[in-house]
Every structure is written in structure tokens, then in C-alpha cells.
Design a protein around this ligand. Structure first.
Ligand code: MN
Length: 256
């Protein structure tokens, strides 16, 4: 399936089901041949996302339980666990210790730990992980509950420190970089420092904006490649090749 289909560009984290026309966005990503991970925010969204992407070689649905929704939707964790055997890709999951979500942080940790343990038990999962203001705790939990040989973590929109990024790298994590990360000094410093063989791209559409100021879509992932190339002083072709190689490595490594 996905691992063998040629693709032009990678969007490792996009909320296609939050666009007004979900099916049109799937078709557009398919037409553009962009490998797309269509993340979801609650397990109730999984069956529909799975069904709509079943015949799409480039678009893959991921089973999620977003940390910002854990405060209200933790009761859906049993549904998430029940669905996991059907899912190769998991996300959006993780932790958010920002002020709006801090009151659910203990509950988020419990949920994320269960997510990691379940993924480890089944094996071969690829996870798109949110880690706002919580990179150290996310990495502690990954280190304890999902060793690299049992699953692969892709840190989405990573905003941790350089030290945390090195620790994540040593734990086997990848990083999916979006356009917003290339627009701040801190983000650019991080993008410049990440190992080339762990870089992936994402849009996090509709939560970032493309250069024409519209919500980012999978086809906009190539704009991120260009921005990464400028920051790192490499050619867009070099970055594009590296990202293609990285995705193929990731998919192969996680194949049974
Ligand atoms: Mn997201």
C-alpha cells in the first residue's frame, strides 16, 4: 500500500476532516500525490476518516485523541483502544501543558501513557505527537512506554529546547516541520539544528496559513520544503530528497 506508492511531498499532519469539504480535500491531496497523514481529534471521527481514505493510496487516516480534548473526551479512550488494531497511524495524541489545558494535564498523562502502552503492545504504529509546553514529559513517557523498536514517534510542531530535540533524536523520534516553525527565530534555530535524516514536513492545516494566506493544505507541504532549504542553506531538491528518503525509511521500518 502506501509504502510503495510514489509521492511528491509529505504532509505528516493535516486535519482534513476540519475543512468544509473533507472529501474534496482528500481528492486534492490524491491528485497532488502528496503523502498525507489525516489526523483526527477524537476516536469517533475514525470510522468515517478510515472509510473515506480506504481507496486513497496517498492519504492515510490516523486514530487520534487530541490532548486539548482529553478534558472533555477522556471517556472515549475505550473507543480509541478498541479501534487501535484497525489503525497503522495514530494521531493526534500527546500532551498540552498550555494554560488553557493545564487543568487536564494529569488526565492527559494517564491517557497518553495508555496510548503508548497499547501501541507498544501491538507494535508497528507510527504516531503524530503534540507536545506543547510538555516536551520533557512527552519524552519521559515515550522513553518508558514506547521504545523505538516497538513504534515510531513523529513530533509534530515541536517547540522544545535544543537539548530536548537531541534527546528526542536519541530516542528515535522524527520531527514534522510546518511553515509556522520557519517564521520565528526560535523555530528557525530548531529547524537548522535537526538531523537531516529525521526531518519530515507537515501543514497542520487548517491551523497554519499558506503563502496565499489560505488554510494550509497538503499540496502546500512543498512550500515548507523550500523554507527548510533556505534556513539550512541547502537546495530545495536536497531537502525534498531527504524527506522522501526519511518517509520511506519510516514506513519500511514500521512495516511488518
Ligand atoms: Mn494538529
Amino acid at each position: 500500500m502506501t509504502a510503495t506508492v510514489p509521492f511528491r511531498g509529505v504532509d505528516m499532519h493535516c486535519h482534513l476532516d476540519l475543512f468544509p469539504d473533507h472529501q474534496a480535500e482528500i481528492r486534492a491531496a490524491e491528485t497532488a500525490s502528496v503523502f498525507t497523514l489525516a489526523v483526527t481529534t477524537t476516536p469517533r471521527a475514525w470510522p468515517r476518516n478510515r472509510e473515506l481514505t480506504a481507496e486513497s493510496p496517498h492519504v492515510n487516516a490516523a486514530l487520534g485523541l487530541h490532548p486539548q480534548l482529553v478534558g472533555d473526551f477522556a471517556h472515549e479512550l475505550p473507543l480509541w483502544r478498541k479501534s487501535l488494531p484497525e489503525a497503522r497511524f495514530v494521531g493526534e495524541v500527546g500532551l498540552d501543558a498550555g494554560p488553557r489545558y493545564y487543568k487536564s494535564f494529569d488526565l492527559q498523562k494517564k491517557v497518553f501513557r495508555t496510548v503508548l502502552e497499547d501501541c507498544a503492545e501491538i507494535g508497528d504504529k507510527i504516531l503524530s505527537v503534540h507536545s506543547v509546553r510538555s516536551a520533557a514529559v512527552v519524552l519521559d513517557l515515550v522513553e518508558s512506554h514506547l521504545p523505538a523498536e516497538l513504534g515510531t514517534v513523529v513530533l509534530h510542531w515541536f517547540t522544545g529546547t535544543a537539548t530536548e530535540a537531541r534527546r528526542a533524536t536519541s530516542l528515535g523520534c522524527y520531527f514534522s516541520v510546518n511553515v509556522a516553525m520557519t517564521q520565528t527565530d526560535k523555530g528557525r534555530a530548531l529547524v537548522a539544528s535537526l538531523p537531516l535524516d529525521r526531518l519530515l514536513t507537515e501543514t497542520d492545516g487548517p491551523f497554519t496559513k499558506s503563502i496565499d494566506n489560505k488554510p494550509s493544505r497538503p499540496a502546500d507541504a512543498v512550500q515548507v520544503e523550500a523554507a527548510i532549504a533556505r534556513i539550512r542553506g541547502e537546495s530545495a531538491a536536497q531537502i525534498s530528497r531527504a524527506i522522501t528518503t526519511n518517509l520511506n525509511t519510516l514506513l519500511r521500518r514500521s512495516s511488518p
